[in-house]
Ligand binder design. Structure first.
Ligand SMILES: [Zn+2]
Length: 272
């Protein structure tokens, strides 16, 4: 890190401690961010990832331009109402998404997190909003899938546990072998809450967090905006890495790096 950039970071940190603060914005081209995050200096690391980390793997972000949920239907097909009223449309939509997810491979950002996890001296909690299972495919030990998995299916009625399911063509709504009710993708739809187990694990991790990084997700909407508040309260260093600058800015993020996950994550988490 150059002297100039280190100075910039310190000035920024001082401002942040005073509670007023210009966001520290940087771009990938800035040599200053070659490796400012010393993973080995933290004991309770919490990372939360969103669609932006999977975009370089060819999976479109949900709500951005050309996104899977953009267009005339908006997010309708991913709502509890659609599941109730038009399950065939829901399955058609998720079948297409599932096909894309099955074909996708983890990218360098996913792999950089696997490497960071191996170097972390203490607790390393990886939380993802993505339903694509790419963190597992890359080798992350135990990501918390707060929005479920697109590669699992479950019953809408009975207690049969969710099961792995790679089918993606749905001429009709699939039905439960045990009770005959409609099946559904094992993902959290709009209008549903994050599972209790996942919520609990996240809360426990954030309580002791000393480094919090949100990657490829907006810093201004839930859940990242709530998680970062808890992390800040716990005294953590808090960082956002995203393609778009925060708007409005969320003051609980102390540092903000703008760029693609594919470039930022390996550069910022590289072994020192
Ligand atoms: Zn059933």
């Amino acid at each position: 890190m150059s002297v100039q950039s280190e100075r910039k970071r310190l000035l920024w940190a001082i401002a942040a401690n005073r509670g007023t603060l210009p966001p520290m914005r940087d771009t990938l081209d800035a040599p200053s961010i070659r490796a400012p995050i010393d993973i080995e200096a933290y004991h309770n690391i919490v990372i939360v990832t969103g669609a932006g980390i999977s975009a370089p793997s060819g999976l479109r972000t949900y709500r951005g331009e050309g996104g899977l949920w953009a267009g005339q239907d908006g997010c309708y097909v991913a709502t509890v109402e659609a599941l109730r009223d038009e399950p065939e449309r829901v399955w058609q939509h998720f079948g297409e998404m599932r096909k894309a997810v099955i074909a996708a491979e983890p990218n360098v950002a996913h792999r950089a997190l696997v490497d960071a996890e191996r170097r972390a001296p203490g607790q390393f909690t990886l939380i993802t909003q993505n339903v694509d299972q790419l963190h597992r495919k890359a080798g992350s030990a135990a990501p918390i899938d707060i929005h479920g998995s697109l590669l699992r299916t479950r019953c809408t009625d009975c207690d049969r546990p969710p099961f792995a399911d790679l089918r993606h063509e749905f001429p009709s709504v699939p039905q439960c072998d045990s009770c005959g009710a409609n099946l559904r993708p094992d993902v959290v739809l709009f209008g549903e809450s994050v599972g209790i187990d996942e919520e609990y694990q996240v809360k426990m991790a954030l309580r002791l967090c000393d480094l919090f990084i949100a990657i490829g997700t907006s810093g201004t909407v839930a859940p990242a905006c709530n998680y970062v508040r808890s992390a800040d309260y716990a005294g953590a260093r808090t960082i956002l890495m995203n393609l778009e600058p925060m708007n409005p800015r969320n003051p609980y993020f102390h540092e903000e790096y703008i760029g693609s996950a594919e470039t930022l994550v390996p550069a910022l988490l590289a072994s020192l």
